[in-house]
Structure formats: structure tokens, C-alpha cells
Ligand binder design. Structure first.
Ligand code: FES
Length: 149
């Protein structure tokens, strides 16, 4: 004997048919949700790729024009210097004294605001309590950009 399930209105179906229909609907919903999620993820990834990735895989840190000759800029956790025209170098922005972030590149020096350490544009200590040079970061020029790597 088949048990009948009543639904609002005049429509009637047995339990087995109702369960099968529910399963099909759930499967279809899952497929649409997964498909939709995948597309969103792919779109976001390609947007990020365009924004930060250069063709050969380096991450753009700055435009070369942003880095003054005889000076430098701080971009995130990287200090980029250009001691002489075309001689770009990269360093961690973490001061080697007690780990503050250096905050300024001026007068040919990279300066830490915490206890007065100063570093030359090649990362070596110029003054203050820092016990050693800033850690080097690999950077290179790619077109008009300074990129990591
Ligand atoms: S942490 Fe930079 S000088 Fe002390």
C-alpha cells in the first residue's frame, strides 16, 4: 500500500515520488551553486592577476618613476631604493634593532622612527642602535615597473 502525501491545493503524490523529486531538486541546486561559485572565484583570480602580476610572474611593487634617484620609497613591507640611476635595490622595511617599520626615506637615508636608526640606500647601518643592515629583498625592473623576484 502506498502512503499518500497531501500538498496544498489538489496536487497529490506518494512518499516515494516526493522523496525522489526532493533529491533531484537538491542535486540541481547544488550543481548550480557550485558552478556559480567556481565562476566567481575564477573571475576574482583573473582580476587579481591583472592587477598585481606581471607576465613573467613578479609582483609589481612600484613604478620606476616613483623611486627617486638618490632616494627611495616604502611600499608595504618593502623599501625600494635607487642610489644611482637604474640601480634599484630592495629591503625589508623591518628595522633590525627591535622590529619597528622604517617610515621614511629622505636625505639619502632610510629612517626608523622608533629609536633613530638610519640606513644607507644600500641597506647598511648609517647610525643609531640597529645592529646590522636591513634584510635584502630581491627586486628587478620589468618595463616601467619594479617587481619582486
Ligand atoms: S626599532 Fe628601529 S631604531 Fe629601534
Amino acid at each position: 500500500m502506498t502512503e499518500q502525501i497531501s500538498t496544498p491545493g489538489a496536487f497529490r503524490m506518494d512518499r516515494r515520488t516526493a522523496l525522489a523529486a526532493t533529491g533531484v531538486a537538491a542535486t540541481a541546486l547544488s550543481a548550480v551553486a557550485c558552478s556559480s561559485y567556481g565562476n566567481t572565484e575564477k573571475a576574482a583570480a583573473s582580476t587579481n592577476d591583472v592587477r598585481v602580476r606581471k607576465q613573467d610572474g613578479g609582483t609589481e611593487l612600484a613604478k620606476t618613476s616613483e623611486v627617486p634617484v638618490g632616494g627611495g620609497v616604502i611600499k608595504g613591507d618593502t623599501v625600494i631604493t635607487q642610489a644611482t640611476a637604474g640601480a634599484f635595490a630592495g629591503f625589508s622595511s623591518t628595522c633590525t634593532h627591535l622590529g619597528c617599520k622604517v617610515s621614511e626615506v629622505s636625505d639619502g637615508l632610510i629612517k626608523c622612527p622608533c629609536h633613530g636608526s638610519k640606513f644607507n640606500l644600500d641597506g647598511t647601518v648609517a647610525g643609531g642602535p640597529a645592529p646590522r643592515p636591513l634584510d635584502a629583498r630581491a627586486v628587478r625592473v620589468d618595463g616601467d615597473s619594479v617587481v619582486s623576484g
